[in-house]
Design a protein. Sequence first.
Lengths: 327, 178
Amino acid sequence: MPTMSAKNLQLDENGKLQHFLSIEGLDQQIITEILDTAESFTSVADRVIKKVPILRGKTVANLFFEPSTRTRSTFELAEQRLSADILSLNVDTSATTKGESLLDTIHNLEAMQIDMFVIRHKDSGSAHFFAQHVRPGVSVLNAGDGQHEHPTQAMLDLYTIRHHKQDFTRLKIAIVGDIMHSRVARSQIHALNLLNTAEVRVIAPKTLLPVDTESLGVQLFDDLERGLQDVDVVIMLRLQKERMSGALLPSEKEYFNQFGLTQERLDRASPDAIVMHPGPANRGVEIESSVMDGNQSVILQQVGFGISVRMAIMSMIVGRSGLQANE
Amino acid sequence: MHGIYVALPSVEILIEKLTQALKPYFPSNLPPAEQPVIIGIETGGYWVAKAIHQAIAPETDLGRLNITFYRDDFTKIGLHPTVKPSSLPTDIDGKTVILIDDVLYSGRTIRAAMNEIFDYGRPQRVVLVILIDRGEREIPIQADIVAETIQLEPGNHIKLDGPQPLKLTIKSNADNVS
């Protein structure tokens, strides 16, 4: 899995973002800049004309080799609100199912003068692979690669947390559920560490914890009720049934009995704790319906923030050659 | 060595001049809903607009415009996340907008500002108010009200420092200022 090379790949020679592939390899300054920039984009949604001309004349291709609703539609909206021309490739009808290699797909799309690629793929490291092979000046954004990272989701989660709780150095944050299959969790943990979060807890059945979790500097719990004690933020993850092979879980009902978020369990957290979920949620499996719709849930707010955060990242990439303006 | 101006005009006096010129736009019998909306361009124009807004004290709040997203040189200069985002206080549809900036030079800032304003609505009229017009336009844009017109030596720039106190300074490119 890419580490150091990812860092070099994401930043140009001036340390500005040229691709957005993983949280790992970024520093606190860039993360904070993304969050600040996203804040100025939230007001665009309140205008009569919800558009700014930053990506005018640029073409963005959205390549989703795996299904997605929220990520894909918020990426598309973000691109459109930045005035980009967009091309969204439906994987079922694309040539890859006819045997074309990923590299051939890249080169064919490049021939169409694409300026930016947004890619989701089932293979870990696929966004890096893409970024290594595009022409100079063309940018790649990772919209989820296998079980590796989903960095824009982590950024919108950070944005949501900062919106409600401000200072990360005082927060206890719990990530609950299927950590093993979650690229979101991996990105979140890196990002929370970069912002010096006081305490990051990971709560999951032992069978759904990857072996390297402890090296990420988090506290592990296999008991939901103990893990939720006094936390300020609860991030629920989706049980990724489609990625499971073998008997990792007894049954969904059993999982809910032990790890499903109910109001009673949530009451162990801090009284003003917020509940987050990257979606899509399995009601009654990892989260009780009433909690999902309850007043501590900020799940729908996350979706809206996802547009501003993605606008911020794309505009930082386009504006990266920026020197200070001379009036 | 900084050219022909020994003493730059006092910003206070220039703002007073603009305030007097704008008073006829705010007759006392005008209902609040029909009053013009004052909008300042970040950052210097907003400072000037704030002072004028305080002096005139209209019913409508002051608007703030951050035109970064609309600049035609955006890909060259990038974003400044430290500048506050635009916020327009009221619906500007059908209103008179008093648009205020500190220095009018190439005209590109005003073009960007007008593009942004029209994304918020369709004002009935836009009045451009400028503290210092230094000429040398690159596109055909002229102000309606100007406090002072000056000429600079080639390579020099005029800048409003602030917010407390507001002060004009002339800098040359050789000073290597941003």
